[in-house]
Design a protein around this ligand. Structure first.
Ligand code: PLP
Length: 388
């Protein structure tokens, strides 16, 4: 029995995943397998670091400790072979708010930004609320995983005068861990057409066996003049509440522009819990992560086997990383609203509707696997019930 099997009651804690259901679906008997956080306790070292800070009891403004820069430099070097110096790193209050800052700092109103279809929905909303245009390149499905259509991307870059690309590396919702070869081709495109690349690498540490994460920072020094990379300890260690992230920019002219935009928005100050949580996570969280990854991978295998046996027409994209599973229900239900209704009213289970990830998400749902096995099994039974 793993410590991760423990069921932690999250209802009535203000959790978006558990308590946000009532607002969205006006029901309180649904099992949430949607919003991307985990139903596990965060690493002990992180909880203890917060406890120490709370015990001290003075909560004034904080500086960013030198030690934290060094911890991040070591983590990136040891885990991902990324070479950073302190001057490449900016602390921010979330990957998404940082992506918005990059859009504001490096593109103009009316510019076109390319994203994949499907992809994590906030990419679209950030681009559109900042009055930039979205152009989508549909991912291809080959051997039950996504691949990029480089020729299509190039054509769209030329046709739409694309200014920037937002990449999800690894990919949410497909759980794809892009290979070095694929990322090199993408890098080549960016360099050839001088297109900026905003690489969201928040899922960098959630990689299953036989797969290797490649940061865009490691591909080609020529890309550094076009690259803004984003990451965080929050997804890896289940500390989304602390809203802390890092932006890595090797070209310091670009970094200055990014920092000026942070100042314009008065977003340069960092929540102290964020600094403490990130430090403690990277410093103490490795054994926890070593236990987490096989647990998530086993959950992915359990879900895959369940669908094969009980709902064989569901097409399962088995993740190579992340804790998300992309499911194609279109053999059972073709209408997206009916698919959602069935899961909610008959199944009493909440997944993320695929259509919110882009037109290619039609007929799909995204399942969150990051919960104790017992909850996952209950959720899978509920999904089956929706189709009886
Ligand atoms: C790809 C991706 N980027 C960003 C985020 C959110 O990051 P943050 O909470 O730091 O804004 C998520 C959360 O699910 C995500 O999956």
């Amino acid at each position: 029995m793993s410590g991760l099997d423990e069921i932690i009651i999250r209802r009535n804690t203000g959790s978006v995943k558990w308590d946000g259901i009532a607002e969205t679906y006006q029901a309180d008997d649904l099992l949430p397998l949607w919003v991307a956080d985990m139903d596990f306790l965060s690493p002990r070292g992180v909880r203890e670091a917060f406890e120490d800070y709370i015990k001290h009891g003075v909560f004034g403004y904080s500086t960013i400790p030198e030690k934290l820069y060094q911890t991040i430099i070591s983590w990136e070097r040891e885990q991902h072979n990324v070479a950073l110096v302190k001057e490449d790193i900016i602390f921010t209050s979330g990957v998404l708010s940082s992506l918005a800052v990059a859009v504001q700092a490096f593109t103009e109103v009316g510019d076109t930004i390319l994203i994949h279809d499907p992809v994590y929905p906030p990419f679209t909303s950030i681009i559109e609320t900042n009055q930039r245009k979205v152009v989508r390149s549909t991912l291809r499905e080959e051997d039950e995983h996504f691949t990029m259509d480089i020729a299509d991307m190039e054509q769209k870059i030329i046709e739409h005068h694309v200014k920037a690309i937002v990449l999800c590396n690894p990919h949410n919702p497909g759980g794809r861990v892009w290979t070095k070869d694929e990322l090199s081709q993408l890098s080549g495109l960016c360099v050839k057409h001088q297109v900026l690349l905003f690489s969201d690498e928040i899922h960098q540490d959630l990689i299953f066996s036989d797969h290797v994460f490649t940061s865009m920072l490691t591909i080609d020094p020529a890309l550094h003049d076009l690259l803004i990379a984003f990451t965080s300890a929050t997804k890896t260690f289940n500390i989304a509440a602390i809203k802390n992230s890092m932006v890595f920019i090797k070209n310091h002219e670009l970094k200055d522009l990014f920092e000026q935009q942070l100042l314009k928005n008065q977003q340069q100050e960092i929540n102290t819990f964020g600094l403490i949580g990130t430090q403690a996570a990277y410093e103490t969280g490795k054994p926890w992560l070593a236990e987490l990854l096989p647990y998530l991978e086993k959950n992915a295998e359990t879900a895959t086997a369940f669908f094969e046996k009980n709902l064989p027409e569901v097409r399962v994209m088995k993740p190579e990383g992340t804790y998300l599973m992309w499911l194609d229900f279109s053999a059972y239900v073709s209408d997206d609203q009916e698919l959602e209704n069935r899961l909610i009213t008959k199944g009493k289970v909440v997944l993320n509707p695929g259509i919110t990830f882009g037109p290619a998400g039609k007929g799909h749902m995204r399942l969150n696997l990051a919960c104790p096995e017992q909850l996952l099994l209950e959720g899978l039974k509920r999904i089956q019930r929706a189709f009886l």
